[in-house]
Write a protein of this length. Structure first.
Length: 122
């Protein structure tokens, strides 16, 4: 049943992300993606903050909003939460390493994926 909660809410998050991408924007700066990532970070922070102060939140509710909706909307929210949790635990070196590796490795991953696609399409 938990998979159903994640699947349905993930679809809702993805649809909202797509709807935001349809908003007309000027220039080449990816402002809509930035806004989406910030909104996702605010949403996951709100969910975690709300759930941590309440004992009555069901596991399925948390799965629906945190894993499903936020995950479908933007996985950047999960990355941001995990980084913040490391910093809050005063694991500054590990947190900094996680942020640096995530950004660098993912940018490299996109580059490598593009190159791989070039070989496949050749």
């Amino acid at each position: 049943m938990s998979f159903l909660f994640v699947a349905l809410s993930g679809a809702l998050g993805a649809v909202l992300r797509y709807a935001i991408s349809l908003i007309p924007a000027r220039g080449t700066f990816p402002i809509l993606t930035l806004i989406t990532n910030i909104l996702g970070a605010i949403a996951i922070g709100f969910i975690v903050g709300l759930v941590s102060s309440r004992n009555d939140a069901s596991a399925n509710t948390v799965l629906f909003w945190k894993t499903g909706f936020c995950g479908g909307f933007t996985t950047f929210s999960t990355f941001s939460l995990e980084a913040l949790q490391l910093f809050q635990k005063k694991q500054y070196g590990l947190g900094g390493l996680y942020v640096a590796l995530s950004c660098a490795a993912c940018i490299f991953g996109v580059w490598a994926g593009e190159r791989l696609a070039g070989f496949v399409n050749a």
